[in-house]
Ligand binder design. Structure first.
Ligand code: ADP
Ligand code: MG
Length: 362
């Protein structure tokens, strides 16, 4: 089921009486979610992710704009008629019901021709329980399950109605780090096996990058960039997106373009013949530094951290926005930490220039 969001806007009245203006939680959001894909909705807390998801689910009505599921305009349709499955951060299971009863709960109240027999409901519950691999736990109560297992029950309950669309709002946030990785892979597998169009909301860029077919990066209600995770990482549209994606994060410097050269401080670090003379923000990915004794970019060496496959070099530079510059180089390199400075050349494809005022990519 393809989902089309057309100029979606959601305003809330401002609770702060001194401020008259409405809160624009989602601002003119237009996007097409392709059928059968998993879309990661990504951005910092408060940027409008949950509001967007709740507009898709029908729990909220948009202030303006329209939502289509395939050919159907569902903008006015109540949530129960949209064919959606919802999963939230807190699993919201019924504590007094068994896993089986929790899963069949959404099926219990069907009326008329949709009414199901007990045997049919059990069969459907068994099927989704196998899919999310909790079929051995059907007679337990939620308190007898781990957090990861509880979240699987919540996913099974969302899937048992055979929804057209699966909506997940920070589903992994309550899990510890290891379980988070494992459950994230599980969600990806389940999504692939069922082929249900899925929207996955998270503030964690790692999570969104690893699980999504496409990501949508939001800031203050406004979509900043959409695309395949690798494409967005390799070609950020603005400084916000560049800073939001990547661990360790991108290094940002004040720089200047003059006569086709990019300067950071006094160092002419790169040729940028296509850019006109101006002040710029320079973003350099940690993997964009190449250790070279005669390299053009000089930093004051602070130290190194060896982390298995890589060496992380920590240094300082007067033009750096962050207190430390972090560069990642292969373990085949040797860094002489007794030296006061270190020199790099830069990989052009890992260096991004942004306009000083708008922070748009140049
Ligand atoms: P996210 O899920 O990305 O953290 P939300 O969608 O929950 O962000 O919120 C987006 C913005 O809308 C925030 O500024 C939030 O305070 C505001 N907001 C959300 N729900 C309401 C509401 N019911 N009333 C007023 N403001 C709200
Ligand atoms: Mg939220």
């Amino acid at each position: 089921m393809e989902i089309v969001l057309q100029n979606l806007t959601k305003k809330f009245p401002n609770r702060d009486k001194k401020k008259k203006a409405d809160v624009v939680a989602v601002d003119d959001f237009t996007f097409e979610i392709p059928d059968g894909k998993l879309i990661g909705l990504l951005g910092p807390s408060g940027c409008g992710k949950s509001t967007t998801l709740n507009l898709i689910s029908g729990l909220l009505k948009p202030t303006s704009g329209r939502i289509f599921f395939g050919e159907d305009d569902v903008t006015e349709l109540p949530p129960e008629h949209r064919g959606i499955g919802l999963v939230f951060q807190n699993y919201a299971l019924y504590p007094h019901l068994t896993v089986r009863k929790n899963i069949t709960f959404p099926l219990e109240n069907r009326k008329g021709r949709e009414r199901l027999t007990k045997a049919q409901m059990n069969e459907m519950a068994d099927e989704v329980a196998r899919l999310v691999q909790i079929d051995g736990l059907m007679e337990r109560r939620p308190s007898e399950l781990s957090g990861g297992q509880q979240q699987r029950v919540a996913i099974a309950r969302a899937l048992v109605k055979r929804p057209r669309v699966l909506l997940l709002d920070e589903p992994l946030s309550n899990l510890d780090a290891r379980l988070r990785l494992q459950t994230r892979d599980e969600i990806r597998r389940i999504q692939r096996e069922t082929g249900i169009t899925t929207v996955f909301v998270t503030h964690d860029q790692d999570e969104a990058m690893s699980i999504s077919d496409e990501i949508v990066v939001m800031k203050e209600g406004v979509v900043q960039q959409t695309g395949k995770p690798q494409e967005v990482y390799d070609s950020p549209a603005n400084l916000f997106v560049a800073k939001f994606l990547g661990t360790p994060p991108i290094n940002v410097f004040e720089g200047r373009v003059q006569d086709g050269h990019l300067y950071i401080g006094k160092d002419a670090v790169l040729d940028v013949s296509s850019v006109s003379d101006q002040e710029v923000w320079v973003g350099i990915r940690p993997e964009g530094f190449v250790l070279r004794e005669d390299g053009p970019f000089c930093c004051e060496l602070d130290g190194v951290e060896v982390m298995g496959r890589d060496i992380s070099v920590l240094s300082r530079n007067a033009a750096s926005v962050n207190p430390r510059v972090r560069s990642i180089i292969g373990t085949e390199n040797r860094v002489d930490v007794s030296q006061p400075t270190i020199r790099f050349s830069l990989r052009p494809d890992k260096v991004f220039l942004f306009r000083k005022e708008t922070e748009e990519r140049l």
